[in-house]
Ligand binder design. Structure first.
Ligand code: ASP
Length: 411
């Protein structure tokens, strides 16, 4: 049914990433300096990720919004669903921010060149002002993704009200979305080489093992911070909401939903998991399929609590690594952009890494910082995807109670 969303079945991906990391480490340590060709490989990989931001984010947002149906008739269920998505995503971001400020995983990491952007003159109001693009093409060309998101939401929303004339446009955008997802998948398949090149370059520039050891340590604490945040959100916050609002026990619900959750972990893709999530929530958990079939497909591309949490932690970790002190306004910028980055991310492996670029850009942080987190991202991607799918499922169970649907005729 969801052709093009097939789970990535490559069993060599993870070993290849690990191998890339180790080889990169050894090469960088032996060389002890930057090598232009290796640097080029890493630069190409980062450029390829950046290249996908505009088509992927724009098409994903337009397709996502238009799946709501005529926006003027967005009923009670639609509004409640959006409110649930937004609230839980924000909670996840705040948990991530609190933990990363507490653990400070980037504190001991010396991320190469000193980064000297004047953060003090950067304000939250500037970001709000920048949300509405005077020229959407200029925003795209300059990699300003927030205005692009604003434009895409507006465009997609109005598209749903135009009717037959807009249908071909939607078909084109859906096509662009499918193609972009496949392109990302191909680029991500080159991640082992990217990891090799970025690790070798960083380590070479750091001049050897000592810098690397500090970085590995930082990376470990960073991963632990993301996992702790995902744990708090997935094991404490969402179950509490499920109990209070959905009147369901999380233990039972998690047992019912075990299959999609495991699939989410093994594919790192909410979209690939979606058909199983929809089926299981109806068959095993007994949630009204009318709710499931509306809340879950939208959630698979729009509602990503795990991704939002990760975006916030990663951005602050990178800032800490570069010795940038994040003021409150900049942290607010991160709250806003991490939320939008999660909404804009497609439900495919490493989509969060693509939209991460935009968070860094908006907060004025160096995009090369992605090189630091890349090595561990394959693992964190799986964990955050599991929380993403869990958030969608909990949402469906909660919203069922508030949807005001008449009970279904017998089954
Ligand atoms: N892989 C995630 C998902 O499909 C998105 C991400 O990269 O964070 O839900």
């Amino acid at each position: 049914m969801t052709e093009g969303h097939r789970p990535r079945g490559n069993p060599w991906f993870v070993p290849a990433i690990l191998l890339g990391m180790v080889l990169g480490g050894v090469t960088g340590a032996l060389l002890g300096r930057e090598v232009a060709v290796i640097r080029l490989l890493g630069d190409l990989f980062l450029a390829a990720l950046k290249m996908m931001i505009v088509p992927l984010v724009a098409s994903s947002m337009i397709v996502g919004v238009s799946s709501l149906g005529d926006i003027r008739r967005l009923g009670r269920l639609g509004l409640l669903t959006l409110a649930y998505y937004l609230t839980t995503t924000l909670i996840a971001v705040v948990i991530g921010l609190l933990l990363v400020n507490l653990f400070r995983p980037g504190a001991g990491v010396q991320a190469g060149a000193v980064f000297d952007r004047a953060m003090s003159d950067y304000s939250f109001l500037d970001v709000i002002r920048g949300l509405v693009p005077a020229n959407v093409f200029r925003a795209m060309a300059e990699g300003d993704i927030l205005p692009l998101i604003f434009f895409s939401l507006f465009f997609g929303g109005v598209l749903t009200t135009v009717g037959a004339k807009a249908r071909p446009v939607l078909a084109v955008v859906e096509g662009i979305f499918e193609i972009s997802m496949r392109m990302v998948r191909i680029i991500v398949a080159a991640a082992p080489v990217g990891v090799f090149a970025l690790v070798a370059t960083r380590l070479g520039a750091a001049g050897g093992w000592s810098g690397f050891a500090a970085e590995l340590r930082g990376l470990g604490i960073y991963a632990a911070t993301v996992l702790a945040g995902l744990g708090v959100h997935g094991i404490v916050v969402l179950p509490a909401l499920l109990l209070l609002l959905g009147r369901r026990s999380a233990l039972r619900f998690v047992r019912d939903m075990a299959e999609p959750l495991m699939l989410a972990f093994s594919t790192a893709s909410s979209s690939a998991t979606l058909p199983v999530t929809i089926e299981t929530i109806d068959e095993k958990a007994g949630v009204d399929p009318r709710v499931g079939s509306f809340v879950l497909p939208l959630g698979a591309t729009v509602n990503m609590d795990g991704t939002a949490l990760y975006e916030a932690v990663a951005a602050v970790f990178i800032a800490q690594s570069y010795g940038v002190d994040l003021t409150l306004p900049v942290q607010l910028v991160i709250v806003l952009t991490a939320t939008l980055a999660a909404i804009g991310a497609a439900g495919i492996p490493e989509a969060g890494l693509v939209t991460m670029v935009m968070v860094l850009h908006a907060a004025g942080l160096p995009v090369e910082g992605i090189g630091i987190i890349l090595a561990i991202d394959w693992f964190l991607d799986r964990c955050r995807t599991t929380v993403n799918v869990w958030g969608d499922a909990v949402g469906a169970a909660i919203l069922e109670r508030f949807a005001g649907l008449t009970p279904q005729a017998d089954e």
